[in-house]
Design a protein around this ligand. Sequence first.
Ligand code: GDP
Length: 138
Amino acid sequence: MTQRTLTIIKPDSVENGNVGNIIAHLEREGFRIVAARSLRLTQAQAGAFYAVHRERPFYTSLVAYMTSGPVWVMCLERADAVHYLRAVMGATNPADAAEGTIRAAYGTSIERNAIHGSDSAENAAIEVAFFFAASDLV
Ligand code: GDP
């Protein structure tokens, strides 16, 4: 079933010049880009986006990192998009990510791990709506 998900190409990827490589990787894997834009997250936006992690020891550091520079947010479409993107991304820690995954190729630490992908269909809908209006989704 065709499904939509939300990805963020994180600040380390933008800083390291890997945006094009990551988009090419996603297109090669059959994702269609439904909406895309670059932005710099505010403290409030990053805090709200990662609110589920607010009790975790790495929350402050994660928010600081995610606001440290521009990101690219994209709504992606594909069969089984949510699970498929998680597989294409690889494990949270790039050191544990399978060969050929985006995090294995471009991530540099458990925090600076190149890319975000929604972890469920429910969160995908919430996260797409966090960044895009219905009229942006083409
Ligand atoms: P994801 O779904 O694979 O992105 O992982 P999580 O939802 O568990 O964590 C969200 C993000 O927080 C990750 O993508 C990392 O950028 C960061 N993160 C996760 N675990 C750690 C950790 O143990 N230490 C630090 N510094 N950052 C972490």
